[in-house]
Design a protein around this ligand. Sequence first.
Ligand SMILES: [Zn+2]
Length: 135
Amino acid sequence: MPRIEPPVTTVAEPFWSATRRRQLVAQRCPVCERFVWYPRHACPGCLGEDLEWRPLSGVGSVYAFNVMRRPGNPAMADETPYVIALVDLEEGIRMTTNVVGVPPEQVHCGQRVSVDWSVALSDGRRLPMFTPAAG
Ligand SMILES: [Zn+2]
């Protein structure tokens, strides 16, 4: 069964375009001087609409995670067990993602991780996942 692929909304189109270049980006509010995640039309802090797309380091740490031993949907049956995680990026945003490249029992809270672009979608976009950082 093919993977269920996320739709491209107008507001998130720059994010998805960047994934084709294996670049992780998020919006940043120039007034609040903070990053905003997920993609929105206005800053949740000041309601400003001048959000700018900026590159991210792609480095962060695991805030929390869950090991999925039964698939969340049938399309993920071949992937079990897999890890769904909340990753805190250096830029101060928290992203829901997967931790890949290690057995689930080696994932832990506070673990340093970096972005992994190994999963491609059918239209050339890539899903940003995370894997334990070297060192
Ligand atoms: Zn703002």
